[in-house]
Ligand binder design. Structure first.
Ligand code: HEC
Length: 157
């Protein structure tokens, strides 16, 4: 039984570390322990904002690939404007500071779309920095390592 609560403890640690609210893929507990452990984990529904964030990650990964292949983004992704209005798992995080960081992010997206070939990598990486800035200050640190994967490194560009 002691072992079980240790596993549950580790699971909840991992749970809070990775995403703001997403259950992380943790080590599978042994089969006979699984059913008991499951009861300890509360699976929250993903909020609108969490879904938008995942979409922003995926689309930016595609934009990064495009830039590396010499294809610049051409259109401002209007759907990202919903960063201001989507329901969050923790509504108390949606403060004035949050909206200011969201504006800084959207401004950086605009600049990235407007950038010419010589500036697209810098503009893209700056946009990624604005994601990280919000996560460092008003959101949560968990997704930062994942967000950093978006960065275009000097040897890639
Ligand atoms: C203005 C603040 C802000 C900006 C900018 C921002 N985020 Fe987030 N992010 C949040 C908040 C708040 C959450 C928690 C969402 C929730 O659970 O409702 C979050 C959650 C996430 C998550 C976890 C989603 C999940 O599955 O639970 C990822 C991944 C993420 N953001 C990636 C990004 C990426 C990539 C960018 C930039 C392209 C970005 N974020 C920009 C505030 C921000």
């Amino acid at each position: 039984m002691k072992k079980l609560s240790v596993i549950a403890g580790i699971l909840s640690l991992v749970f809070f570390a990775i995403a703001c609210n997403e259950p992380a893929p943790a080590e599978e507990p042994a089969a006979e322990e699984q059913s008991a452990v499951k009861e300890e984990i509360i699976m929250p529904e993903s909020s609108e904002l969490a879904l938008l964030m995942r979409k922003m990650f995926d689309e930016n990964m595609a934009i990064k690939q495009g830039i590396l292949n010499g294809e610049l983004p051409t259109a401002f992704p209007e759907e990202f404007l919903a960063i201001h209005s989507s329901n969050a798992t923790e509504p108390e995080k949606i403060t004035e500071a949050y909206h200011a960081m969201a504006d800084a992010y959207l401004e950086a997206v605009k600049n990235m779309v407007a950038a010419d070939k010589d500036h697209s990598v810098t503009a893209f990486n700056h946009m990624v920095t604005t994601c990280i800035n919000c996560h460092k200050t008003v959101a949560c640190m968990g997704p930062i390592p994942k967000i950093k994967q978006l960065r275009i490194k000097p040897d890639e560009a």
